[in-house]
Write a protein that binds this ligand. Structure first.
Ligand code: FES
Length: 100
């Protein structure tokens, strides 16, 4: 499993961008004590979801305020209509890890 960041780097209600190489960039979230990850790139345009705000379990894209469910990646707020890819992550031994 690949280490994304230290647990302490991600406080409750926070999202941060993690570059995992090979052109892959994730947004990693902590919501209600759980950690989640999605692709960082919005499916509607060239925006970093890690620059957005978390509201009620959703990430609000900073460009056009479209929203995605952080847990499922489902596009739930216009203008977004295509789901963002989610990635399985776990928290272990003080680190947030990307599952293969
Ligand atoms: Fe994200 Fe438009 S680029 S909503």
């Amino acid at each position: 499993m690949e280490r994304l960041c230290a647990s302490g780097d991600l406080t409750e209600g926070e999202v941060r961008q993690v570059d995992i190489g090979d052109g892959r960039v994730l947004a990693v979230y902590r919501v209600d004590g759980q950690v989640y990850a999605t692709d960082d790139l919005c499916t509607h345009g060239d925006a970093s979801l890690a620059d957005g705000e978390i509201e009620d379990g959703r990430i609000v894209c900073p460009y056009h305020m479209g929203t995605f469910d952080i847990r499922t990646g489902e596009a739930i707020g216009a203008p977004c209509s295509i789901a963002v890819r989610t990635h399985r992550v776990i928290e272990e031994d003080g680190a947030i890890l990307l599952c293969p």
